[in-house]
Design a protein around this ligand. Structure first.
Ligand SMILES: *[C@@H]1O[C@H](CO)[C@@H](O)[C@H](O)[C@H]1NC(C)=O
Ligand SMILES: *[C@@H]1O[C@H](CO)[C@@H](O)[C@H](O)[C@H]1NC(C)=O
Ligand SMILES: *[C@@H]1O[C@H](CO)[C@@H](O)[C@H](O)[C@H]1NC(C)=O
Ligand SMILES: *[C@@H]1O[C@H](CO)[C@@H](O)[C@H](O)[C@H]1NC(C)=O
Ligand SMILES: *[C@@H]1O[C@H](CO)[C@@H](O)[C@H](O)[C@H]1NC(C)=O
Ligand SMILES: *[C@@H]1O[C@H](CO)[C@@H](O)[C@H](O)[C@H]1NC(C)=O
Ligand SMILES: *[C@@H]1O[C@H](CO)[C@@H](O)[C@H](O)[C@H]1NC(C)=O
Ligand SMILES: *[C@@H]1O[C@H](CO)[C@@H](O)[C@H](O)[C@H]1NC(C)=O
Ligand SMILES: *[C@@H]1O[C@H](CO)[C@@H](O)[C@H](O)[C@H]1NC(C)=O
Ligand SMILES: *[C@@H]1O[C@H](CO)[C@@H](O)[C@H](O)[C@H]1NC(C)=O
Ligand SMILES: *[C@@H]1O[C@H](CO)[C@@H](O)[C@H](O)[C@H]1NC(C)=O
Ligand SMILES: *[C@@H]1O[C@H](CO)[C@@H](O)[C@H](O)[C@H]1NC(C)=O
Length: 578
């Protein structure tokens, strides 16, 4: 068998398309980082071997704040997670709601150090209450290592999307978004990046062009102007990017008459919600930008992967406003650096398939995530007597937990990866023999506690209609949770010939709108049966994107049966870009 990494590289070479000869002579495809990678912030660091780095939001997913790196701007490797140890942020365990957690990060590099500023948001505090917005700074001198990311330094800022700017006199300013339900606008103060000390007062420097929720600000200094670029309109169909400039960092800021400078609002494009952007220059001096976008079309009903990272070329003449090219699936741009997969780091390239074996002595790959902080004893790789398995112990809470918003420190046993392809096949083997009613283990397409589709093996009272007797029976239960209509829950007894055998489980996104959920004996795949069809629209909502993975729960009961998972695979089978 060809090593998966080699296979991926061979596939990448086979797909390589020669660049065309023209002023804009490269062709590339969006999204450049597919799946749940919203609110991108990216930089180019010549001192780090001409490498580009991006950070994105992770909400309640842990590890969080994924850091991607690229040498060619289109092939991105997950190289570390800035938030990777529970002790960095114990309060991630107690966030309330799926819109809480880690919001937009800004990544910047200064004199050998990488800085990531981000906000932990609590949705159960009043908007105006500064305890709702926990702003913090992570630093690292080696972004290829998760362990290198520091404990955060917290700072007091009533708001979110905080972004640092180093002025020529050495003063560091932090610019962020004041809560939109109170007095929306872009506010700024000074910040000591070492101590977290902020200025005594903050000021509103610009309120945008009138769109809802001015946010995601970044400042760039160029040709004697401070350029302040922000997102407006909210992160849905009316999302857009606008820009203003001033001679002094505190303003007054003059709005670009050409605003918005980037949006797909009011278009019929498949790529919608474009905004929340950042700009950077490559080694040739050409400007590029990133933003988030949702592959939803204007219908905005089927977009399970949520807000993804897209790339576009920018022209920025001296003394002029930058011009950002509209986001499409196929793009032309500045000449790209040569295709280069020689990027160090801990994780896979975007669109690289998974072939995970959980071999003895290995650790969990860094692209697998939990929902909030994990109970670490619930996850064991190759425990004694079960080599090449991942053992999960059940949480009492199921994937919905209390009210679909809160779960709390007791945790939910879930481990999953991001869906990163429109079409894919996910497979995993499972050994699980439940002994207590409602003990359950299975596979899930999980967006949030209020939006998930599960196929589980669960012990349920089942009435055998041929004998009229009811007994606890291992069953396949297919069920969905969503704010909108879901397919009916189905319960099917596990065929007796399959009991206590290793079962193979499969989730396929076999078309844009539907997922199939199937299972069967791992050693007799011809017997695989489909137990349910989930609706992608049921997991299209909010700020995050779908995760594909495995869970175990007692559904509130007392069970403790372990589930042993093995041979985890995920293979992308196509992107729809229109
Ligand atoms: C692409 O255009 C740049 C100038 O914009 C030029 O230097 C480069 O040689 C061109 N590359 C190709 C492959 O045509
Ligand atoms: C979660 O937030 C809701 C209100 O949004 C509140 O009623 C509930 O008490 C909160 N739960 C916890 C555990 O904080
Ligand atoms: C903010 O919320 C916390 C927790 O609910 C509360 O203790 C505190 O008094 C609130 N502060 C203000 C200024 O409302
Ligand atoms: C945080 O800053 C706000 C003003 O920006 C101030 O009202 C508040 O007292 C500060 N809180 C702390 C804990 O310093
Ligand atoms: C922006 O809005 C805030 C809050 O409504 C207001 O206090 C401030 O004067 C405005 N600032 C500018 C620059 O317009
Ligand atoms: C979209 O169209 C509406 C209605 O004409 C208009 O109010 C809005 O400004 C437009 N949005 C953008 C970003 O062009
Ligand atoms: C598991 O979590 C506990 C409590 O947080 C901690 O003391 C322990 O070091 C962790 N173990 C591992 C292997 O991470
Ligand atoms: C139901 O009872 C029949 C007759 O005893 C048996 O053959 C069958 O396996 C039972 N079905 C289940 C799901 O237990
Ligand atoms: C099962 O029970 C129902 C009602 O309790 C009865 O109508 C039916 O005839 C019974 N069937 C068998 C096979 O005993
Ligand atoms: C399967 O395992 C369970 C729990 O260990 C046991 O109670 C049951 O008898 C086994 N069933 C079969 C068919 O082997
Ligand atoms: C996907 O397949 C399902 C089940 O066959 C079908 O109902 C649905 O219309 C298909 N969706 C598309 C977009 O073709
Ligand atoms: C989750 O567990 C609760 C009991 O703790 C149960 O009432 C609920 O039906 C379960 N829901 C899902 C979707 O798993």
């Amino acid at each position: 068998m060809v090593d998966p990494v080699v296979r991926f590289l061979l596939a990448a070479v086979a797909c390589w398309i020669p660049v065309r000869v023209a002023a804009w002579n490269s062709t590339y495809y969006n999204p450049v980082i597919p799946g749940f990678h919203p609110d991108p912030s990216c930089i180019f660091v010549p001192e780090q071997d001409n490498t580009f780095f991006c950070a994105s939001s992770s909400f309640n997913a842990f590890p969080g704040v994924p850091i991607h790196a690229s040498k060619d701007i289109v092939n991105w490797r997950l190289v570390s997670n800035a938030l990777n140890r529970p002790e960095q942020l114990p309060t991630l365990a107690i966030t309330n709601k799926s819109t809480s957690g880690i919001w937009a990060a800004t990544i910047r590099y200064r004199e050998g150090t990488f800085y990531v500023l981000t906000t932990l948001v609590f949705d159960d505090q009043p908007e105006a209450n500064s305890s709702r917005w926990d702003n913090m700074i992570f630093t690292s001198t080696d972004p290829y290592s998760s362990a290198s990311w520091s404990q955060p330094v917290h700072f007091n800022f009533t708001g979110y999307d905080t972004s640092p700017f180093w002025d020529s006199d050495g003063t560091v300013y932090v610019t962020g978004s004041h809560p939109w339900e109170v007095t929306p606008g872009i506010t700024q103060t000074t910040l000591d990046l070492t101590t977290g000390e902020v200025g005594a007062t903050y000021q509103y420097i610009w309120n945008g062009t009138g769109g809802e929720a001015p946010e995601g600000p970044h400042i760039y200094w160029r040709d004697g102007y401070y350029y302040l670029m922000i997102a407006e309109g909210g992160t849905g169909l009316t999302h857009m990017e606008t820009i203003a400039r001033a001679r002094d960092i505190g303003g007054p800021y003059e709005s670009n008459p050409a605003n918005p400078i980037l949006t797909n609002a009011n278009t019929s494009e498949y790529f919608q919600t474009v905004g929340h952007a950042d700009l950077f220059r490559d080694a040739e001096g050409n400007w590029w930008g990133v933003a988030l976008s949702t592959r939803s079309g204007p219908e905005y009903t089927v977009f399970p992967m949520g807000r993804e990272t897209v790339l576009y070329p920018v022209t920025w003449e001296e003394g002029e406003w930058p011009v950002l090219q509209p986001v499409r699936g196929e793009m032309s741009g500045w000449q790209l650096p040569p295709t280069n997969f020689d990027v160090p780091g801990e994780g896979p390239f975007a669109e690289e398939p998974d072939y995970l074996t959980f071999s003895p002595g290995s650790t969990l790959p860094i692209h697998l995530v939990h929902w909030r902080l994990p109970i670490n004893t619930s996850y064991a790789i190759s425990p004694s007597g079960y080599p090449n398995t991942l053992r999960l112990l059940p949480s009492q809470l199921n994937l919905t937990a209390y009210d679909g918003n809160y779960a709390g420190p007791e945790g939910q046993t879930l481990i999953a990866r991001r869906q990163m392809d429109t079409l894919f096949t996910y497979g995993v083997n499972m050994n699980f023999s439940p002994t207590v009613e409602e003990e359950e283990a299975g596979v899930t397409v999980f967006l949030t506690q209020n939006h998930h589709i599960d196929l589980g093996l669960v012990l349920l009272p089942y009435t055998n209609t041929s004998t009229n007797t009811t007994a606890l029976t291992p069953c396949f239960r297919f069920r969905s949770e969503s704010y909108i209509a879901v397919p009916p829950t189905t319960v099917t007894p596990v065929p007796s010939a399959w009991l206590n055998r290793t079962l193979h489980w499969e989730i396929k996104a076999f078309n844009l709108t539907h997922y199939s959920f199937a299972a069967g004996p791992a050693d007799a795949r011809s017997q695989m049966q489909t137990f349910g069809y989930g609706l992608a629209a049921d997991v299209s909502w909010g700020f995050t994107g779908t995760l594909i993975g495995i869970y175990t729960t007692t559904n509130g009961g007392e069970g403790t049966a372990p589930a042993y998972f093995s041979e985890w695979t995920y293979v992308g089978q196509g992107q729809y870009r229109d």
